[in-house]
Structure formats: C-alpha cells, structure tokens
Write a protein that binds this ligand. Sequence first.
Ligand code: ADP
Ligand code: MG
Length: 483
Amino acid sequence: MSVYDKYKAVIGLECHIQLLTKTKMYSNDVSEYGSMPNTNVSVITLGHPGTLPKVNKRALEFAVKLGIATNSTIREENQFARKNYFYADLPKGYQITQDKTPICNGGFVDITLKDGTQKRINLTRIHMEEDAGKSMHDIDPFESLIDLNRAGTPLLEIVTEPDFTGGEDAYVYLNEIRKLVRYLDICDGNMEEGSLRCDANISVMLKDAKEYGKKVEVKNMNSFRNVQRAIDFEIKRQIDLIEAGETIAGETRSFDAVNGSTFSLRSKENANDYRYFPEPDLQPIIVTQEYINDVKAQMPELPNALFNKFTKEFGLSDYDANNLTDLKGIALYFNELVSYTKHYKAAANWMMGSIKSYLNEHAITIEQYPIKPETIAQLIALIDEGKISNAAATQKLFPELMLHPTETPLNIAQRLDIIQSNDAGALQELVNQALAKYPEKITEYKNGKTSLLGLFVGEVMKMGKGKADPKMANQLVKEALEK
Ligand code: ADP
Ligand code: MG
C-alpha cells in the first residue's frame, strides 16, 4: 500500500458561466466577445455617480432555466448585494452580485464515470452576478492593458458541495455542465474564450479522519483537462507535504500548464474583506411559480431525458445513447430521424457512421448538413426492404446523395443501377451456374468442408454485379449444396 492510499481528497468546484445575452447584466451595453477594446462601455458600466443599474430580464430567465435543469430550488425573493474591492478592471469599485439570497439552492447534477458508475454532484448554490473587465499583462512589456468590454457581462456562478474525490470526476462534471448550458442555449461553454471558467478547491484528509483538511483554491486553468491535471497534482503535493510533517496553508494557487504544477498566488490571511451590503440601487426581483412554469414550458429536452428515451424506449446501448446526446444538434437530428423510421439501431449507425464522418471530413456541424432526416429514413427503408445492400448504400448511394442532396435515395439507386434483383428465378440461375463451375468443390463441401459456402456465394455476387441480395444468395446456395 502506498502512502497515497491512506488519504482521500475532497474537492469542490466553483464555475462561472458567461451568459449569451445581447446586453450586459445591469445595462444596455452590448455584451459581445471580440469587439474593439473599450467600445461597449457606458457610464452605467463605469458606475458614474447618478447612474442606475437595472436587471437584465433575459439573464434572469437563463438563471431560472439552469435552476430547473439542475433540479434546484428557485428563490422567490432575489436580492442583490455589493461586493466591494478595488482593482483596475473594476471601475465601479464593487461588483453587483447575490450574497445571502442566491437564485438557486440545493440542486444536483448526475454524472457517469468512465467505469460506468453513476455519481450525484450536489450544488450548494447558483447565483447571478457580473463579470469584471479584462486585464492583460503580457501584451505590452511596460504596461498592463485593460479592456472594459467584459465588465458587466452577465454571469452565473455555480458552486458545488465538496463532492469530488479527484481529477476524473471533476472532469466529467465539467463536461456535463458544458453540455447542459449548450443544450439550454445560455452559454457557449467555450473555455478558451473564457466563457466558462472554473476554480477548484482542494483538500486532503486521512481516510478515517472526522474533519476535512485545509483547502487550497486553484485558479487559471484554461481547459477541462488542465482542471483535472491541476487537481491531481495538488492532491499529491498536499499529501507529500503532510507526510513530510508540514501543514497545509490556506491559500490561492495558480496552475502552470507547461509544468503541470501549481504555484502560490496569495495566502488567505491577506484575503479581501468584501464588506458585502445590500445593493441600494436595485429592488429585489420576485420570481413567481407561474414565471418558472412559463420558462419550463419553453425548455428543450435535456440530455439526460434524451439519454433515457434513447436507451429505454429505443433499446439503444448506453454507448450509442451517449454519443447521440453529446451534442444537442446531433440529438435533435436523431430525434427527428426516428420520427420517420422505427429502425432505431440503423438510424443510430447512420448518424454515428457515415453522417458523422461526412461532418468531420468537411469540418461542418450537423446544423449545416444538407440532407434532411426524412431522406436518411428513406435510405434506411430501401435497405430494410432489401432493395439495396448495406454495402451499396454506404459505398455508392450515400456519397452520391451528398452530391445531390435533394434527389430521393430511390432515384439515385435506380440511376446508379444498384437495386438488388430479388427475382428468385434469376438468382437461382446464377446459383446453378456457380455450382456448375466447381463440381469438385461440391463434393468437398458435402464431405464436411462447409467453409466453401463463401466461395459459391462470392461467385454468385460477382456474376450478379453487386445487385444480388447477399442474404438470399446465401440461402439459395446453401439449399442447392445440401440437396
Ligand atoms: P470560501 O468561504 O473560502 O469561499 P466556501 O465554503 O464558500 O469557501 O466553499 C467554496 C468551495 O469550496 C465550495 O465549492 C465548497 O464545496 C468547497 N469546499 C469547502 N470546504 C472544502 C474543503 N475542506 N475541501 C475542499 N473543498 C472545500
Ligand atoms: Mg464562498
């Protein structure tokens, strides 16, 4: 047993998601990534005296959506609070956030780990707030640059209970959160552009200890993999320290992606005192049950519900259902496809096979895919009716369909002359010819070398120029040989 096995890690995550609203959280400034620096900055964002904030209705709606999707309790009376601190990218000198009355409490997110185990991650809270501006220290060698376009961007902060035990479950959770916010269309989930950010709180304790260890907060991870790496590094670092007889200092650390290590930013002793107080310029926002019901009625089917439908109703494997629900567009396309065909497994195979390959090869998304789900269903029907073989469908019909997206599969099959001849008489004739070609092999077959079946069937298929139905050919050859 290694020393690491004596300990267990305790981890809680705090995620910020930037909301896809047109305007900012408390003003009409455009909220947009990539505009010219400092162009979307009004006196409200700057907090000039005499200006008044107002709450973005759409941001509130998004908060409620996420609350419903995470099974949270949604608060009726929502107050806002000022969190005071001084920094150059915070021109007001305070952030308007929610302190004691977060809009959501007590929700959860269910995740499935690599080995298939299900795990529930409990959420402490989700609250509404605004982003600060963006400071850039590595563009100019002498000065820090500040872009205030980001100041005031609507954010939701999602805080979990300390329910994670390592890098892996945190990684899976982050993927689940990203999937969820993308389904809900409330955030683009793009970690590179900073629209989804995550801080990890990490501590370790002896397995039989009664109390949690001192936690360390790690920031500045720019990918889910790096969150996982940072957590796993930090767990080991803390155990090594304790084993060396040292104590863990409560501090904030940063992740260095190049070395895969964390380094200290500041100790918790010099932590800010934010002097929270109720925001005097905003009335509490009342969220009624009626409003929650309205929002609920407009919500799309969520990945978990679709997963259950695909596995339980359609009999697909967990693997297939996971693949199909990973991206909202794919899930919606599949959902439409199965309204035209009941051959669910074939529909799943087309989605994850030929269609996904086409999307990858052409670097397009399913939203840009030119073939209608109904057409794919027609293609599946042609195979099921025995009119074309699976091989002809994938190798000949599908590529041709991609060149002529509006032509029907049946038309294309006729044009390509790949309709299988199911005329039993004609096929029997081919079988007779094939058998006549190798009389000595018939004897060998009858003497027990049954693997020769393939030779005859192959011959039939060759003579049929790809139009013979392989299943039927197989059956007729067998019957003829065993006569
Ligand atoms: P703070 O007051 O330092 O902000 P909170 O109690 O608000 O701390 O918790 C912040 C995050 O840290 C939450 O995600 C919570 O689950 C997590 N957390 C709390 N205590 C621990 C601990 N001992 N080890 C790891 N994570 C913790
Ligand atoms: Mg806190």
